[in-house]
Design a protein around this ligand. Structure first.
Ligand code: F0G
Length: 458
């Protein structure tokens, strides 16, 4: 008999979890105005709000924390970190930052001017925010198939080349760079194939447009290339990552994801002119160039995390856990963005809560129901997150309305996945009886989902 699959690590330190009663959760959720961002973490049993900065570090990472060099300038921790980034990415110039959005802020401060157009395969919210706040435009060029949640495609995060070419041709001389996000978080942690990376970069370079890789989950993307794309099955994750980066001009990195740390990020590039330009924004925003908003110990942990998470076994454990949760949902017939992504399962709320009108935010309602059912905190990636149209001030109902269950790295076991799946099944089984959603009581003008106050429609 073939031996079953098991995690590529064992557990050395544990953190107790707290369970609660439904009555307690009803009270807490009401106090949180039906917005799970407003809950206290101790009111949550299984936390799937994000996979960002919520992972568990290894014993090697913790050991390196003790060796952190906290010198203001020229710390050995920086050089250790720089060596690993250069080795894994092939980029010569490296600037540490405190997280991914800080890397965007520093690099975009140099590159983005009002009126610029920046295409991308769904810019993450902060990426988009850093473009739009500079009065430039972010244009999505992801393949249309990504919007059909039931369609199974191996590389559903891909760039639509015809769409991209149209943006490049219509905006000649006005596109400072293109953002290639691997994996494509917003459409479900879906990967981009090596072929698509190559073709995207070739197309951009033909128009003299450089490419910045938003690399938050680059290692998960490399895993999917290895397991799904012909010609890569015998390559190592490190070889695949190195090839991915070889096509790009620069990268921004949220190390809170695929570098397995709780806080950290960086910019890396092969362009000396971009390095020089970004440097002058790093100092006022993030601090001196050899620490960039981080402690020496954080740089050490990041160096080890990058190395560890570009090993196949680590990624296989991770991605198979997400696939396991998906398989449990399949047993119950719960619809989600197919196939299962790298870091999360995105449940298609509009196909679950069919009796809740879109004006009453089905995905947000499902988020509330899942929390009430079992203390599981997921988050809405849907109509509330989409904000209002800046001109008409109407809600934007054009996109998908999803419930994202992001799985922290090396934190929960498959028993937890079973709890999550059954909790969702219980809500799914009574979906016909859920006929009312939520209404907005108060909202911020931008990025309202963090602070929105809601009421439950009875
Ligand atoms: N790019 C991508 C693709 C991301 O998913 C994120 C963060 C960032 C950039 C920004 O990085 O948080 O370190 O500043 N995503 C988190 C999430 C917050 O929950 O998906 P950051």
């Amino acid at each position: 008999m073939e031996l079953p699959f098991a995690e590529s690590w064992k557990i050395k330190m544990v953190e107790p979890l707290r369970k609660s009663t439904r009555a307690e959760r009803e009270q807490w959720l009401k106090e949180a105005h039906y917005n799970v961002f407003q809950l206290k973490a101790e009111q949550v049993y299984i936390d799937l709000l994000t996979d960002s900065g919520t992972g568990a570090m290894s014993d090697r990472q913790w050991a390196e924390m003790m060796l952190g060099d906290e010198s203001y300038a020229g710390a050995s921790s920086f050089y250790k970190f720089q060596e690993v980034v250069r080795r894994i990415t092939g980029f010569e110039y490296v600037i540490p930052t405190h997280q991914g959005r800080a890397a965007e802020n520093v690099l975009f401060s140099f590159l983005v001017k009002p009126g610029h157009v920046i295409p991308g395969n769904v810019h993450f919210d902060t990426t988009k925010g850093h473009i739009e706040s500079r009065k430039a435009h972010a244009i999505d060029v992801t393949i249309d198939e990504a919007k059909d949640t039931q369609l199974e495609l191996p590389f559903k995060g891909n760039v639509g080349l015809a769409k991209l070419e149209k943006v490049l041709a219509d905006n000649k001389g006005n596109v400072p760079f293109m953002v290639l996000t691997v994996t494509n978080n917003t459409v479900g942690g879906q990967p981009v194939s090596m072929q698509n990376i190559r073709e995207t970069v070739e197309l951009c370079h033909r128009y003299n447009v450089p490419v910045v890789m938003d690399s938050a989950r680059f290692a998960e993307n490399a895993y999917f290339i290895k397991t799904r794309e012909k010609g890569y099955e015998d390559k190592t994750i490190k070889e695949i990552a190195r090839e991915m980066f070889s096509y790009a001009d620069a990268m921004t990195m949220s190390a809170k994801k695929d570098a397995l740390v709780n806080m950290g990020g960086f910019i890396a590039t092969r362009r000396a002119d971009w390095f020089e330009g970004a440097k002058s924004f790093c100092i006022p925003f993030e601090g001196y160039l050899t620490y960039g908003g981080l402690n020496g110990r954080d740089l050490n942990a990041m160096a080890v995390g990058l190395d560890e998470n570009t090993e196949f076994d680590m990624l296989e454990t991770r991605i198979k856990q997400v696939a396991y949760l998906a398989q449990r949902l399949d047993e119950f017939g719960i619809p989600y963005q197919r196939p299962a992504g790298g870091h999360a399962i995105f449940v298609d709320a509009s196909r679950v809560l069919t009796n809740v009108p879109k004006e009453e935010f089905p995905a947000q309602t499902l988020t509330c129901e899942l929390y009430l059912e079992a203390g599981v905190r997921a988050c809405e990636i849907g109509y509330i997150l989409a904000d209002r149209d800046p001109v008409t001030r109407e809600n934007r109902f054009g996109g998908l309305d999803l419930l994202r269950m992001a799985i922290p790295r090396r934190v929960y076991t498959n028993n937890h996945m079973d709890v999550i799946a059954v909790a969702l099944k219980n809500v799914f089984d009574r979906r016909e009886s859920i006929t009312h959603g939520v209404r907005i009581v108060w909202e911020a003008e931008l990025m309202r989902h963090f602070t929105v106050k809601l009421d439950r429609i009875k």
